[in-house]
Write a protein that binds this ligand. Structure first.
Ligand code: SAM
Length: 294
């Protein structure tokens, strides 16, 4: 069997599918999905819509985060018998915050071919329209779900100078921004890219404080799927750091009381901004957690 003169015998094709607009799929992806013997999909019901749209009637098998270790072994055995397989996720490029890594790793380790069929990816789509520096950027996937873990996450990136990008759901976008304003400078520029390639696509580039206002006051801005892009730290951010004396005091207070009390006492004693002390306290706390786990 061949696809564009390429032998597909026993190969694994990693096929990107649309992230909303069904037209965002390559000719090669459609050709491949038609030609392979089997399609391994994150959610077989979901992918059926796409396949139906393009008249593809291939056999489907499910590969999702809860079965992928077992299913990957079985798929490798099929590839070994000469069966060609396409891996797709619900949207965009497989493996990017989606299942597939164990399968691709296993197939490569077995010495078989893995062929990428490129296409849509939400983070790249958002970056391409953000107008933020992209020479270097950091992709962070989905953020932690609890507020304290998110704040620690933002604190760790406070002084990161490159652009960073993450995925967020409609259920947490507001809480996420509320945590961000507690940690990052309010004038930090961010891009909220919502419902990309879909009817209600919205891409706003604003300061962090404006973003919080927009998302908290407009119900529609809490609906759909989100990519958030954060500008890297600028030199000014160093002004927010503590003096040596202030940091020493904060560390002593944190040994004796909770972060909240330590910060409140440090504000009273030093006159330093609460936000600055809080950011520093989260960093110190994170440092302590990291060294406890080493
Ligand atoms: N593999 C996909 C990719 O290539 O982008 C990402 C899958 S991840 C499970 C799904 C998340 O990607 C969503 O929660 C959202 O954060 C982001 N995403 C996917 N499609 C999107 C879209 N059309 N607009 C904005 N964000 C999107």
């Amino acid at each position: 069997m061949t696809v564009s003169n390429v032998n597909v015998f026993g190969k694994l094709y990693v096929v990107a599918t649309p992230i909303g607009n069904l037209a965002d799929i390559s000719f090669r992806a459609i050709e491949t999905l038609k030609a392979v013997d089997l399609i391994a999909a994150e959610d077989t019901r979901h992918v059926k819509m796409l396949l139906h749209h393009y008249g593809i009637t291939n056999k489907l098998v499910s590969l999702h985060q809860h079965n992928e270790d077992k299913a990957s072994g079985e798929l490798l055995e099929k590839l070994r018998t000469g069966i060609s397989i396409a891996l797709v996720s619900d949207a965009g490029t497989p493996l990017l915050s989606d299942p597939g890594m164990p399968l691709v790793k296993l197939v490569k380790e077995a010495g078989l071919d893995v062929v990428p069929i490129p296409g849509a990816c939400a983070l790249i789509t958002a970056l391409s329209a953000a107008g933020m520096p992209v020479t270097q950027f950091s992709f962070e996937g989905f953020l932690p779900r609890t507020s304290s873990a998110r704040k620690a996450f933002f604190t760790e990136r406070l002084n990161l100078t490159k652009t960073w990008v993450f995925y967020e759901s409609c259920h947490r976008i507001l809480a996420c921004l509320q945590d961000m304003v507690e940690v990052l400078p309010l004038d930090r520029e961010i891009v909220i890219a919502r419902e990309l390639t879909k009817l209600h696509e919205t891409i706003v580039k604003v300061s962090l404080s404006e973003a919080l206002t927009i998302v908290s006051t407009n119900d529609n801005m809490r609906k759909g799927e989100f990519v958030v892009i954060v500008q890297g730290a600028v030199a000014d951010d160093s002004q927010h750091l503590l003096s040596e004396e202030q940091e020493k005091l904060l560390r002593i207070l944190m040994r004796e009381c909770s972060i909240k009390t330590a910060v409140a006492l440090a504000v009273e004693i030093t006159g330093q901004r609460k936000k600055t002390l809080y950011q520093a306290a989260l960093l110190i706390d994170q440092e302590a957690t990291n060294s406890a786990h080493q």
